[in-house]
Design a protein around this ligand. Sequence first.
Ligand code: SAM
Length: 273
Amino acid sequence: MDLPPLREALATHGLMARKSFGQHFLLDLNITRKIARLAELQSGDTVIEVGPGPGGLTRALVETGARVIAVEKDARFRPLLEELAAAADGALSLVLADALTVDEAALAGGAAHVVSNLPYNVGTPLLIKWLTGPWTPASLTLMFQKEVAERIAAPPGADAYGRLAVIAQATSEARVVMDVPARAFTPPPKVDSAVVRLTPRADRPSPERLDALQKLTAAAFGQRRKMLRASLKPLGGEALALEAGLDPQARAETVDVAGFLRLADAWLRKRGG
Ligand code: SAM
């Protein structure tokens, strides 16, 4: 594609980053190409990119030969992104919308991957939408604040292990695949970032089990230093833990994802009977 450098494109269009939209741009194409490689896209795949902004990651995604659907909330970027779409020769479509409310199934019209340098203020709600909502992505390659990336991929016993780890790992395989220092962004955020790759599990829990899992993890990690028999008291306490094959004296941070799924099943059985 014959395009000006990203800094020049931003200057030509008089665009500055806006804090309220969580805007921290990646203007180094070496970094955006590396992220696109980590997404393991094949030519002809469909990829939804949330928040293309100046389009650095978008350029790298188009280069993979994928069909890119870019969803941007900040309408100021329309002219710049339309230039990019023209240069991409049909491989890029632009949707001006809020990714939190967009219907991905309707947008993609089939299987699609998601790749994004996420706006920090909506990163976690978007992840929960993609992992537990009605539409299941083929894969997710997402930039988060490093601390959030660690909370997604943490194993039991780690300080970062909590609700987010249980929900993410019950629904997907999750790995931190790249660290990105704050200085790589324009303007730099206060903290470092990391890219997480998630592949949804074929045996994703049903909406009913996920709902139960949300309730149980909220109760258990709401009081993470307490024993399960105390933290889960309103949901069945000691009896529920025993039914799930867990030690009622264990603390939430030591219970693995399989243990939480057994708790969810025990709770659903109890409620059903
Ligand atoms: N992808 C660009 C890059 O890497 O340089 C920009 C990343 S910046 C961290 C986040 C982008 O998401 C911004 O362009 C911002 O306007 C956009 N954004 C923020 N909230 C959004 C939302 N709810 N839906 C869609 N885009 C959003």
